[in-house]
Design a protein around this ligand. Structure first.
Ligand SMILES: Nc1ncnc2c1ncn2[C@@H]1O[C@H](COP(=O)(O)OP(=O)(O)OP(=O)(O)O)[C@@H](O)[C@H]1O
Ligand SMILES: [Zn+2]
Length: 442
């Protein structure tokens, strides 16, 4: 019995891998290359004209529940079937957006993402699955959409969208969804959509809050009209640091699909020059009016100074990714590696361990050595800690990834230069990687 179950599991896994391989081959064959003839670039579909094309019986059956909506009808459905929508970012926003666009019968859906599925994505990036960990996200979304609706063409782009490749790709689509998570890509998408004349449906979600608007549509403002200057990089938080409840990007991603469907089907009104703010904690949402298009906007204004795509990472002072980046603030002699710290502990070297993470993180995991927690305003707390601790011995500071710990060491060094203080390089992630493979990673 046991072996039957085990061999069935193995067989399923083997078949799934085979399927993944076949789908990857299909993707490669279907991938729109940059030499593919571009679309008309106008973003305005022929569906406004009387279209001789008719829905097939299969399409009538599939889309019947939305076809009978007078606001959509056959004409709206034909518009959807002939529309091309590009989703940039196959994560928490991109997944729900893609599946609703596929379900609604959008003719071509492009999906751009350079990243692969990770286990920590699955709580919100709901089209990816356990068996697709390590698979390209764009390809994973393409598989899910094709499984739902074979009427739809899905084109995965396993690339990072940048100033070189953005225009030729975006020109081939009618509407663009910004489902990314970094400021440099937001500016890139804004500028390319202005230059190519495409509406940009922009969403964002963090913690329990989400935002939604449509830029560059029906004479409304672009992103730069509202935010001419990028925010200081240190003020930007991402999901990996700030956290996010999975349902929140789920809701905002669905709204992005809704806005795109209305634009494509030419029905209803859209969120141009308006911003929707959603708060999941009290389940409230409100829509605020945004300022209009700015005549002096450097990209969509009357005499634009930006007529070509620029270097957006340089403009924002931040990379076009939210992947962990190890910062080096301290000199080598103010740091210990995780292994060196393990040795300090095993030989019984006298020290005080300071853990500078949030209390909520301390609940997830802690090093197996008693630590003092010290989060806010370490310098102010130093006196208090000194009076309750033997600080004649050395101090070791730890955090999640080894960035905050360096800042804490700097602060404490400036508060008391006599302190013998170091941080653990790479923090708890390095501990899990180099010392204890059973230590949890979050
Ligand atoms: N310039 C870009 N080109 C292509 N894909 C991009 C670009 N910028 C961001 N993305 C993709 O946008 C998606 C954003 O989704 P989300 O923030 O939900 O996921 P994540 O970055 O994988 O999550 P986490 O922050 O938890 O690691 C990511 O999959 C990321 O790879
Ligand atoms: Zn503008």
């Amino acid at each position: 019995m046991e072996t039957d179950v085990e061999s069935l599991r193995l067989e399923i896994k083997r078949k799934e891998e085979e399927l993944l391989h076949l789908k990857a081959l299909l993707d490669e064959k279907e991938q729109i290359s940059e030499v593919h003839p571009p679309g008309d670039g106008s973003g305005d579909k022929t569906c406004e004209k009387t279209d001789p094309q008719k829905l097939t019986n299969a399409q009538i059956a599939r889309y019947s529940r939305q076809l009978i909506l007078p606001e959509l009808g056959v004409q709206g459905q034909l518009c959807l079937l002939s529309s091309k929508i590009l989703i940039v970012g196959a994560g928490g926003l991109g997944c729900p957006a893609a599946i609703y666009l596929a379900a609604a019968g959008v003719g071509t859906i492009g999906v751009v993402d350079y990243d692969e599925v990770e286990i920590s994505n699955l709580h919100r990036q709901i089209l990816h699955t356990e068996s697709r960990v390590g698979v390209h996200k764009a390809q994973s979304i393409a598989m899910s959409c094709r499984n739902l609706n074979s009427d739809v063409k899905v084109v995965p782009y396993k690339i990072q969208l940048n100033s070189e490749n953005a225009l030729p790709i975006i020109k081939q689509y009618d509407i663009v969804l910004d489902a990314t998570d970094n400021v440099a890509t937001r500016y890139l998408l804004n500028d390319v959509c202005v230059l190519a004349g495409k509406p940009l449906v922009s969403g964002s979600a963090l913690r329990f809050e989400g935002q939604l608007t449509v830029y560059n549509h029906k004479g409304g403002p672009c992103y730069r009209c509202l935010y001419p200057k990028p925010p200081p990089p240190e003020t930007v938080t991402n999901c990996s640091d700030g956290g996010v409840l999975g349902v929140v990007p789920g809701i905002i991603g669905c709204y992005q699909a809704l806005e795109a469907i209305k634009i494509a089907a030419k029905t209803g009104s859209t969120l141009n020059q308006r911003l929707m703010l959603f708060d999941a904690l009290d389940c409230s949402s409100r829509v605020i009016k945004l300022r209009p298009r700015q005549v002096h906007c450097p990209v969509c204004g009357d005499s634009p100074s930006i007529t070509h795509l620029i270097d957006y990472e340089q403009f924002c002072g931040a990379r076009a990714t939210d992947k962990d980046q190890e910062k080096t603030v301290l000199p080598v002699n103010s740091r210990v590696t995780a292994k060196e710290y393990q040795t300090m502990v095993s030989i019984g070297q006298q020290h005080v361990l300071l853990d500078v993470r949030l209390p909520v993180e301390m609940d997830i995991c802690q090093l197996p050595h008693p630590a003092i927690t010290l989060r806010r305003d370490p310098a102010a707390q130093l006196e208090k800690i000194k009076s309750s601790t033997d600080f004649s011995s050395s101090v070791v500071v730890v955090c999640r990834r080894g960035n905050d710990s360096q800042l804490a060491v700097k602060l404490l060094q400036s508060a008391d230069p006599r302190l013998d203080i170091k941080d653990i390089r790479g923090g708890l992630h390095a501990w899990a990687r180099d010392v204890d493979p059973h230590f949890p990673v979050y």
